[in-house]
Design a binder for this molecule. Structure first.
Ligand SMILES: N[C@@H](CCC(=O)N[C@@H](CS)C(=O)NCC(=O)O)C(=O)O
Length: 359
């Protein structure tokens, strides 16, 4: 145990809420139950005796049913600025090791600076395995205490006219997640600061950044309650959904958006109009892709069956844009099941709420 004291973790977070509210969120059982676990988990049980020398035990549960319990003893309770308690995990690589958590709350800019010092880890690996967990727990605390809810931690970066941003925004809406939008254009310094390739969108949740729309939607889906964005109809439907997302990422976006829609929106032809040669290469590919999607629908409302999945979120913005230009509008008339599926998506409140304004 000698070595244990050499590894520690310090985390600073600003939370837009008064420190009394944050202090109480740590020390009142009914409040702590609402947030004291990483995203994607819930507090299944919590018993707290928030007095110096009093004990606590918290059981966190994942959606897959796995449970993770911690317990400890309060060392200091000084409302509203300081709390210290021991932390012992009942399972996992650091099971049985007792560490110490100190939380200091300082008022700042109408909110609270939270400084957490977690000391006594037996190894750098165990310390590092706690870092993401704590950041996620503090995101939950912010959602709980900040009057703006998750918009206090979640920001989506990207121009809302982008089809990929639109898919991400629909996903956020479907899950009921509040967020802030920074309408960055691709490749601007602001976007390059959150996305190494300068593309849109990127997502920030507290101190965590993530890019690539499939990864963003996967994160949102696992991190938040609300209807699932992956199929619950089994392995094959999930595989198909991934297949269609990959088809869009690797082939359909290039033909439909890059070589067709963007030719209309930002014409690059010699006469100032769309480059007809580029459009001519795109249209047969779009035709083939729409044919594949049409077949995939079968008699269903959604691409992979009876429920909406991320694949539908990826496809809806593309079909919406295709409906706005003459040759693709004409092509769409050949594919009634794509038109039907698109009608179903258009009727969802998430579509109207996120539909970009076209200039
Ligand atoms: N694979 C990326 C693609 C994102 C992407 O290409 N977004 C477009 C806007 S819809 C973009 O940033 N385009 C700028 C460019 O291609 O340089 C994702 O899934 O997020």
């Amino acid at each position: 145990m000698k070595e244990a004291a050499t590894f520690h973790l310090e985390i600073d977070r600003f939370i837009k809420a008064p420190r009394e509210k944050i202090f109480d969120a740590f020390t009142q059982e009914s409040l702590l139950k609402a947030w004291y676990c990483p995203r994607g988990m819930t507090v299944a049980e919590a018993t707290i005796d928030a007095r110096v020398g009093g004990a606590y035990r918290v059981v966190m549960a994942s959606r897959d049913g796995s449970r993770f319990a911690v317990d400890g003893v309060y060392q200091a309770i000084e409302r509203p600025d300081f709390i210290a308690y021991t932390w012992r995990m009942e399972s996992g690589p650091a099971a049985g090791v007792t560490t110490l958590i100190e939380i200091r709350l300082t008022p700042r800019d109408g909110g609270t600076s939270l400084h957490m010092r977690h000391t006594g880890f037996p190894s750098a690996q165990v310390r590092d395995s706690h870092r993401n967990g704590w950041q996620s727990v503090f995101n939950r605390l912010s959602d709980f205490a900040d009057p703006e809810g998750s918009a206090g931690t979640i920001t989506l970066f990207g121009n809302p006219r982008s089809t990929y941003c639109w898919s991400a925004r629909m996903g956020l809406f479907e899950k009921g997640v509040k967020y802030r939008l920074e309408p960055n254009a691709p490749h601007t310094p602001e976007q390059l600061a959150v996305h190494p390739f300068g593309r849109v969108p990127a997502l920030r949740d507290g101190e965590t950044e993530i890019y690539e729309t499939r990864a963003i939607l996967g994160y949102i889906d696992e991190a938040f309650e609300g209807p699932p964005l992956i199929s619950t109809a089994g392995m094959m439907a999930r595989a198909r959904s991934e297949q269609w997302i990959s088809v869009i990422n690797c082939y359909a976006y290039d033909a439909m958006v890059r070589r067709y829609v963007l030719q209309h929106i930002f014409p690059k032809g010699a006469d100032g109009g769309p480059d007809r040669a580029i459009i001519a290469t795109a249209l047969p590919e779009i035709d083939k892709q729409l044919g594949l999607f049409d077949k995939a629908y079968g008699a269903n409302d959604y691409l992979t069956g009876l429920s909406m999945t991320m694949a539908d979120l990826f496809l809806a913005p593309l079909v919406s844009y295709l409906g706005q230009f003459p040759e693709s509008r004409e092509l769409l008339t050949k594919y009634p099941r794509v038109a039907h599926g698109h009608g179903v998506m258009k009727a969802r409140p998430s579509f109207a709420a996120t539909q970009p304004k076209m200039g």
